[in-house]
Ligand binder design. Structure first.
Ligand code: SF4
Length: 885
């Protein structure tokens, strides 16, 4: 018997370093009642329910606060303790209104019952009108000031919404001026509600009575939080965080937890719609499939397969994305297949593939907690990836050094040791200057670079041309700020680099990510624990969509189309091979459509008329098509131009898988039936393929994943639905007994040696000037997702009713604008009208606009410029001017 031990209730219990008596008892399966304690949180010690008797101690001690000592003898269930606990509970019960002690399911009520103290009665609920928040409610009468909400808010979400006021019997929970959540910095993550033991905090959702519960994956962002979907009949009544998920450990954001009302929106598409004149006519599925197959054949026969193209959906499942690209490649004979990764992280994928050997994240979310230093560059995780944002905030609070590089003073900048508010689009100048400083001061990890990388001498020579002073001027920063940041990076040891679209959606997108990867290699970060490169992916399944082959130049698993080995495998599995030549990217397909070369597009779950840049030209392309097929949940800006609209099942209504930003493939499960005749995308693709004579025989999406494993064995050979139960699997997972891969490049770069890249800063064509003095940055806000088609149809709309143009107070004063003013926002490419919000988080000369609402027309203004290597559009910099509307 090894290690220190103690005796608890007569049982021999092993102790671990740092154990409290409560920890040791819980691990041994001995239940000690608590109310204020939360696993993984600092002990509070306020409730006094966890009292235990320790041999030699004069009086009972709080188990949550008492360190477990070797040889200690502890009793947790004596009659004296039972009486003490009963007394504590009785005091609390009597301080609450009788009708609020309901004998329900909350922990406090269960504890009362266990101690024979339950009282009958129904919970009182103040009228919703007294708490105008769309989701959250508070009933002060039911609050026992156990502080769990306060701990959850601070230690999970990293907000400080709650406080405790008064003493003794007058102690009370406070938030905001008048206990109104909308007046606070509450992000509506719901963590407080989840942990409140009495129901003093509750939400609208919890009022529903769930009959069933399924484990699934959130359908909003690429974080990929594990969720439990609670349903009553055909209605989702609540979504809670899956406590066992390594991604979110039970935590969720306002979208994942609350924004599920879209599922029962009366606006859902429920039957196939065929264009008839200016409108649509409802038709049967049979008619829709027959019509579509006839039109695809006609266009292919008349114009060749190169006249057909498809956009697979990053909102839909891996299985739907795989089958759509297989349909176009193997059945219709074209590689014109792309996905929205093109317009977000295609530059990241290209850059990382070139310099490391694979285009995906090298690190995992678990590295956030292990990291000693985190760089967040061109990403705003607390809004766009909230659960990861909360994890980064907590890591910074626990002592990790944080460096934030962003044109806006994002929330994480408040906790950063270094905040570098660079001019949008100047990342390469900044990263090159930092690399030069690291090399010059000998602050780079020479041993790592010499062992694992190549190109140091060439990079050092290249960077000698880079003046730190001139780079600082380009970026709008002070040289000492660059020197200080470089010194921190050089001394921090391996660093975790978290980046977003502020790097990739630029004409220098690929160059920006390569320059960032230089920093990651110089600091010895890639392939090390607590470090590496972690690009945050936008939509829920954008990673998976590209993995599955939603790319014109690479087939499933990033395999080359001209590889004889790959082609032999495709011939065996598909019975046909796609052309060897790569197809067109999304922007190229739009150009080809305008030129009359692409005649038919199948767009699965992507509202390109709202989301893609230079909207006027996108619409011209859609209008030029002979056939536009749209699979969607709702009528969209794009479906206005469709010839056939197919109603789709949503994330809550179908089975399949998503893959998140850390390469984790996770199950998605059907909780309720889709409305009307809406169907999962993969089933519809199968029907069309079979009507074209493909002879596919998939019985369920699990069989599709089995085929993916055979087609791309290096990445997915060990993936099957049976193995995805629970935590899922991180690819590469090449064999059935392989555990998956949390950290890439751990044993050396997949390409052999990591390549230090030589890249030069080049000014964007959208530099301010010529009557366009401001730089517009577009992006997302916390409450909505992408084109907002789902979140706009939920009460999240009350939390953020419109897209607003954010402007620095000095710029607003100079322009004579106040909050709520409306302006004409114009670029060289188009104009729109928007309301103004004044924000000190903006830097002077920069404007920010989200694009969640179609009436904003944000993408009328954005330019057609794109990264030359990846074709990723430049959403993040557009020269604009503003004038009163
Ligand atoms: Fe869903 Fe992303 Fe929010 Fe997690 S962070 S709940 S995945 S939207």
């Amino acid at each position: 018997m090894s290690g220190p031990r103690a005796e608890i209730d007569g049982r021999d219990v092993e102790l671990r370093p740092g154990d409290t008596v409560l920890d040791a008892a819980q691990r041994a399966g001995i239940r000690i009642p608590t109310l204020c304690h939360l696993d993984g949180f600092a002990p509070d010690g306020g409730c006094r329910l966890c009292l235990v008797e320790v041999a030699g101690a004069a009086r009972p001690l709080a188990a949550c606060h008492t360190p477990a000592q070797p040889g200690m003898r502890v009793e947790t269930a004596t009659s004296r303790l039972a009486a003490l606990r009963r007394g504590v509970l009785e005091l609390w019960r009597d301080s609450l209104p009788a009708e609020s002690v309901s004998g329900g399911t909350r922990e406090f009520e269960a504890l009362l019952e266990q101690h024979d103290l339950a009282a009958p009665g129904a919970p009182s609920r103040p009228a919703a009108a007294t708490h105008p928040h769309p989701y959250l409610r508070f009933d002060a009468a039911r609050c026992i000031t156990c502080r769990r909400c306060l701990h959850a808010c601070e230690e999970v979400q990293g907000q400080f919404v709650y406080g405790i006021e008064g003493r003794g019997a007058a102690t009370r929970l406070v938030f905001g001026e008048s206990e109104a959540f909308l007046e606070t910095e509450c992000t509506a993550c719901g963590a407080c509600v989840e942990l409140c033991p009495t129901g003093a905090l509750w939400d609208c959702d919890a009022e529903g009575r769930a009959e069933s519960k399924v484990r699934s994956t959130c359908g909003y962002c690429g974080v990929g939080c594990g969720v439990e979907i609670h349903a009553e009949g055909s209605r989702v009544v609540r979504v809670s965080g899956a406590a066992g998920s390594p991604v979110n450990r039970g935590h969720l954001c306002a979208k994942g937890r609350y924004a599920h009302g879209w599922q029962r929106s009366p606006e859902r598409l429920t039957r196939p719609l065929l264009r008839e004149g200016a409108g649509f006519r409802e038709i049967s599925w049979q008619e829709a499939i027959a019509w579509l197959v006839r039109r695809l054949r006609e266009i292919r026969d008349a114009r060749g397969p190169g006249a057909l193209g498809a956009f697979s959906s990053s909102r839909s499942t891996n299985e739907a994305a795989y089958l759509l690209q297989k349909l176009f490649r193997a059945v219709l004979g074209t590689n014109h297949v792309d996905c929205c990764a093109r317009v977000c992280h295609s530059s990241t994928a290209l850059a990382l593939r070139e310099v490391t050997g694979t285009g995906a994240a090298s690190a995992a979310y678990a590295d956030i907690e292990r990291a000693r230093c985190i760089v967040v560059a061109g990403a705003n995780p607390t809004e766009a990836h909230p659960v990861v944002g909360a994890r980064i905030k907590q890591a910074a609070r626990r002592g990790a050094t944080l460096v934030v590089i962003d044109p806006r003073r994002i929330e994480l900048a408040d906790q950063a040791q270094h905040f570098l508010p660079l001019r949008a689009g100047t990342n390469v100048a900044l990263f090159n200057a930092l690399a030069r400083l690291l090399i010059e001061a000998d602050l780079h990890d020479a041993a790592y670079v010499s062992e694992r990388c190549q190109g140091l001498d060439a990079l050092a020579a290249h960077l000698r041309e880079v003046s730190v002073e001139s780079a600082a001027r380009t970026c709008g920063l002070e040289p000492p700020a660059l020197r200080a940041a470089a010194a921190t990076l050089g001394r921090a040891g391996p660093v975790l680099f978290v980046h977003g679209l502020g790097l990739s959606e630029l004409t220098q997108g690929t160059a920006s990510v390569m320059a960032l990867a230089n920093l990651a290699m110089l600091t010895g970060s890639i392939g090390r624990p607590g470090a590496g490169v972690l690009p945050l992916r936008g939509q829920n399944n954008v990673q998976g969509n590209a993995d599955m082959g939603g790319m014109p130049d690479l087939v499933t698993g990033y395999q080359r189309l001209d590889s004889p080995e790959v082609r032999a495998r495709l011939q065996r599995e598909w019975g046909a091979c796609p052309p060897e030549a790569p197809g067109l990217t999304i922007p190229e397909m739009f150009e080809a459509a305008r030129a009359g070369e692409i005649a038919a597009l199948w767009i699965q779950g992507e509202d390109v008329a709202q989301s893609d840049p230079n909207q006027t030209r996108v619409i011209e392309a859609l209008e030029a098509l002979e056939l536009l097929v749209v699979q969607e949940l709702f009528p969209s800006e794009t479906s206005r131009y469709a010839h056939l609209v197919l109603p789709a099942a949503g994330v809550l209504e179908q089975d399949g898988t998503f893959t998140n930003a850390e390469r984790r493939i996770q199950r998605v499960r059907r909780a309720v039936a889709p409305p009307g005749e809406a169907r999962p995308d993969w089933e519809v693709v199968c029907d069309v393929a079979n009507a074209l004579g493909a002879g596919w025989s998939y019985q369920d999406p699990g069989q599709v994943m089995d085929e993916v494993a055979r087609v791309a064995p290096a990445l997915f050979g060990g993936v099957s639905y049976a193995r995805l139960e629970g935590e899922g699997l991180q690819w590469p997972c090449p064999a059935p007994d392989h555990p998956g891969t949390a950290n890439l490049h751990a044993a050396g770069f997949l390409r052999g040696k990591g390549q230090l890249a030589l890249v030069d800063f080049a000014e964007t064509p959208e530099a301010p000037g010529g009557g366009y003095p401001y730089l517009l940055i577009t992006g997302r806000v916390l409450q909505h997702y992408n084109v907002g088609s789902m979140t706009r149809r939920t009460p999240n709309q009350q939390l953020a009713a419109a897209d607003l143009l954010e402007i620095h107070p000095d710029d607003a004063a100079r322009e004579g604008l106040t909050a709520g003013s409306r302006v004409v926002l114009a670029s060289r490419w188009g104009e729109t009208r928007v309301g103004v919000a004044i924000s000190a988080r903006m830097t002077r000369g920069s404007l920010f606009l989200s694009f969640h609402h179609p009436e904003t027309h944000a993408n009328r203004v954005t330019s057609p410029h794109r990264d030359p290597g990846s074709n990723c559009p430049e959403y993040k910099v557009t020269a604009v001017r503003i004038s009163p509307a």
